[in-house]
Every structure is written in structure tokens, then in C-alpha cells.
Write a protein that binds this ligand. Sequence first.
Ligand SMILES: *Cc1c(COP(=O)(O)O)cnc(C)c1O
Length: 412
Amino acid sequence: MPASTSTPDATGHFGPFGGRYVPETLIHALDQLEAEYRRAREDRGFAAELESALRDFAGRPTPLLRASRFSEAAGCEVFLKREDLLHTGAHKINNTIGQCLLARRMGKPRVIAETGAGQHGVATAAAAARFGLECVVYMGTEDARRQHLNVERMKLLGAEVREVDSGSRTLKDAINEALRDWVTRVEDTHYVLGSVLGPHPFPMLVRDFHRVIGIETRAQFAAAAGGLPDLLVACVGGGSNAIGLFHEFLDDRAVHKVGVEAGGHGIASGLHAARMVEKSVGVLHGTRTLLLQDERGMIRETHSVSAGLDYPAIGPEHAWLAQQGLVEYAHATDEEALAAFETLSRLEGILPALETAHALAWVLREGRGLGATTRAVVNLSGRGDKDVSEVLRVLAARDPAAPGGSPPAGRP
Ligand SMILES: *Cc1c(COP(=O)(O)O)cnc(C)c1O
């Protein structure tokens, strides 16, 4: 069990960010969670249980793949950390296994979760089933409509899916509802939060459950290529897969780190989820961080072709890393992400998640400038099977002759 003691401080702050902005009723549950987590971190039994679940249930360690053909297209040397090979298709299971084990330690028989695209919901439902916990997942009705297959997967895994029909009927509203549920049932319920967001200790413990990504990468890279990579690249929604990769390398200043946000239709359009552009400080869902808001402090609508990056706030530790200049934040548009999706699929035989495609797009854009001797690791946070219909829809709208578009006359 990695014991990271550097940040946050005792009050859960990463510099001026983070903290706990929650109703009084949740303070006790958060204290209890933090105390249990700190005990678990020192407990060899817990470490062994976590390690065996990550290995035999989730499929760790994930490989580090040298992507030769993609490297040629990008103009620098690219390695892919294969989180897409994990059970349920993305890095998210690292965190849901850890939190479900904590719930069991605390004697809580019920877990709840929020989900946007459904990926965190499915990963929570799977871990809950494995560890014998009752599971309720909150999901906006709009998201449930768009991600019908994931709703059915959660139900087959034994979870109850509660659709939320308020606000924009998406992730932000699902989190509100999950927090409301938790307030009323803290005694028997643990809230499995899905990214490095929310009140302390969530940003710390979600990060720690994903640190295994960077720890494995460090050893695998040294064995495969020698030394340290020059560059780490990951997409950033809340920021859990990115911090999971970066954290082990934060003291290595020579290793450049880049987090790629959703540029949507372009920054000028206003339709994006790039919180690092304006760096506006506010409070959302229990944490003080950078978010997209208007002059009156109202949360703005965000847009991304990938549901997993489509959230108005970024994790507080990322806000702090940006302020110190320890990580560079950039963005890639929907269009660039789709092109990167096609490039990786055709050159390496891997369909990446649309979220991940943003990180790949940044490498395709910047790789030549970095040069052929630059060695980059891209976190392949998830697989693209969930995105096939969305990709086909967008490609067909752009070009009717593309795969998924209407076939030209005379073709079956
Ligand atoms: C959920 C998700 C993301 C975004 O979440 P982070 O917390 O920023 O990692 C990225 N990639 C995939 C495949 C996801 O499922």
C-alpha cells in the first residue's frame, strides 16, 4: 500500500485548494473514513487483500506497450500504459476496489456512487458484487438515455440505478443526489466517489488507489527502455488517471507532465471543459478548486465528445500542481480526439476511450516538435468499446460515406 504523506495537509488542503465544504452531518462520516483509511494504509492485511483483488479480479499489473507505428505518426517515441485492459475497461476499478474494501472494513453494508457515462457506476457495481455489498448508483436521466448499455450492465451486476431528473440531468446532478442520499444514511452507507474530487479525504484516497499506475510504469519503463521517461501524458476529467500516473514522478522535475483537458468545439466557442484556461476559483461538490462558472458564480454548461471529461471542476490537487508549475495543462478539441481515436485504432489495433484520445491527440499535435528521441508515456486510461456508437454517429454526420454512414448505392 503506497503511503503518500506529502499532501494534502492535516485539514485536507493542497495549498489554497481542497478542504471540506459539506453539511455538518457529513463531517463525522468523513472523519471516520479518513481514520479508517489511515489505519488500513498501515495494515499489511489490507495491503494483501487489495493487492490480490487488483491482481486476480482487476488484472494488474497492466502492460507498458511500445507503440512503434503510432510513434512514427507522432514524431516521438510513445509507450502506452494499458489501463484499458483492466476489468470493466478502464482505470476506475483501481479506486472502486479500494473503496469497497474500506466500506467493508468500516462495517458498512451499502455503497452508493454517482456516474456520468456509466463507467464509474459499472466499476462500483462490479466491486460491490465481488465484496458482497448492496449498491445504488445515481445517474442523470439524460446520461442514462445516452449510455443505456451501461445502465443494463450495472443492473446485471446487481446494482440499483436511480435516475436523476433535475438540472441538466447529467453527472453534476447525480453527484448532488448521491450526496443527499449519503447525508440521510451515513451510518450504513459509504459513498464511493469516482475521481479525485469532493471533500477531504476523497482527493487523497482516490489518488492513492491510482498511484499503482505510476509505480508500475516507473519499473516497467526502466526495464523496457532504461532510465526515466521524458514525458508523461494523460487526459484530465476530475483528474484521477492523470494523478495516478504522475504522482510517483512528482519529485522528478526532469520528467515533464502534461494533463489534457477537453477543448470541445474550441475554447473560443465556450463549449468545452477546459477549467485551466480561466483558472476561476470556486466551490463545487465539497471542494475548493478551479471550475467553469459565470460572473455570478453559476456553474456553466460544459461540453465534450467524451462524457468522462465533461465536468465543470478539476481535482484540487491538479489546481495546486498547476499553480506551482509542476504539471502543464493543455487541451484537445473533439475533432482532434476523434482523429487520434482513428489513428491509434488503425496503427496499433487498439480502440481507445474518447477520453484517452484527448491525450493521444496532444501527442500527435506536439510530438514532432518534441523530437524523435523524446520518450513519452501516455496513460491509456480506458478502452473505446463504449464509444463506438458515438464515434460512428459523429463520423456519419461529418461524412456520409464514412464507416457507419449511409453506404453508397450498390454497396451492401
Ligand atoms: C472516467 C474516465 C476518465 C476521466 O476521469 P479521470 O478522473 O480524469 O481519470 C478518463 N478516461 C476514462 C477511460 C474514463 O473512464
